[in-house]
Design a protein around this ligand. Structure first.
Ligand SMILES: [Zn+2]
Length: 333
């Protein structure tokens, strides 16, 4: 049985350059219109640290509309989930430019006390924004997908009531940031973990429902659409060491292609859905949450998203939120 969880990272990723209206509010408005027509609900991974800083600095007049949009999405039962890029927590704004603190890029490598401060600050911001004093996000996605080393961050998230993480992309590697999800490549569609998000552990309390990926030969990732969007994410000069690490990450024959409705073409998306359908035909009894990812900043091609939604409906695949499937399938057991 397959259900698709349609997730979108609600943020200006990269170095913060650009306007909230153009890169967050408008794409989310168009996506919401599309979802409203079909009655589908999405998971909004709201980058709380970034929005909080933008609001505090007065850097972008559209912050009020963004907050209003998130309140509406919440009221209409889209899932508001937690996403954090910690480099924003100590960011400063000078002469129209953001200066981010890259020494805090990976939440998981920070001291436990600092992780708690950042998570608490972000949840508090969401509570104020939604005007729901006890709001607790069910799901979390780490900035840069970095949930390694996992234990400290996982413990803090669990203590705060978070139940699901969706940071892992099976087969992924980012050497510079010490992320290595290659070991998860053989895992099932979801698992509990404790010490390492890669490693299933029945005694763990956090549930990993990874972003769906398929290992493909590297040349399948070379498309014009992906190349254009990758240029948008470029966030500054890299050292030679960083470039070397990145080269090692990508210099392999097979590479994980994320189920990304902004970066993939319709044909790629359909092919990926078809491989999951084939798997499901061989093993129909196991539940297969198929997590799709997109970013408001990348959401230029709504036609492709519409085609994907239409294809999923035609195949009888429901679109759900983590909240819906968590309760329906009693995933905590
Ligand atoms: Zn992000």
């Amino acid at each position: 049985m397959i259900e698709c969880i349609f997730t979108i990272d609600y943020e200006i990723y990269g170095n913060g350059k650009g306007s909230l209206r153009q890169l967050v509010y408008e794409p989310a408005r168009k996506l919401k219109e599309l979802l409203d027509r079909t009655g589908m609900k999405a998971v909004m991974f709201v980058e709380a640290a970034e929005l909080e800083k933008i609001e505090a600095s007065g850097a972008d007049p559209a912050i009020g509309e963004v907050k209003q949009q998130l309140r509406e999405l919440y009221k209409e039962r889209h899932e508001i989930a937690l996403h954090i890029h910690p480099q924003w927590c100590d960011a400063s704004y000078h002469n129209g430019k953001w200066c981010l603190n890259y020494s805090e890029y990976n939440l998981c490598t920070l001291p436990k006390k600092r992780i708690a401060e950042i998570v608490d600050g972000s949840i508090a911001y969401l509570r104020t924004m939604l005007a729901v004093p006890d709001f607790t996000p069910l799901s979390f996605r780490a900035g840069g997908w970095l949930l390694q080393p996992s234990r400290n961050a996982a413990d803090i998230l669990i203590e705060r009531g978070v139940k699901i993480d969706s940071s892992v992309f099976r087969g992924g590697i980012r050497r510079w940031h010490k992320l290595d999800y290659r070991r998860a490549a053989k895992n099932e569609y979801f698992w509990k973990f404790r010490d390492d998000a890669n490693v299933p552990d029945q005694n763990g309390s956090l549930l990993e429902i990874p972003i769906y990926t398929r290992m493909v030969p590297f040349w399948e990732l070379v498309t014009l659409k992906r190349f254009i969007l990758q240029q948008k994410g470029f966030s500054g000069a890299q050292t030679i060491k960083q470039k070397l690490c990145r080269f090692q990450d990508i210099a392999r024959f097979r590479y994980p292609m994320k189920f990304d409705f902004c970066r993939m073409t319709v044909n790629e998306l359909v092919r990926m859905v078809d491989t999951v359908i084939e798997e499901d035909q061989r093993d129909p009894s196991s539940f297969k949450p198929l997590v799709a990812i997109g970013h408001t900043k990348d959401l230029a091609d709504l036609k492709t998203v519409e085609s994907l939604l239409y294809y999923l409906e035609k195949q009888g695949i429901a679109i759900s939120t983590f909240e819906e499937i968590y309760n329906k399938y009693k995933l905590w057991k």
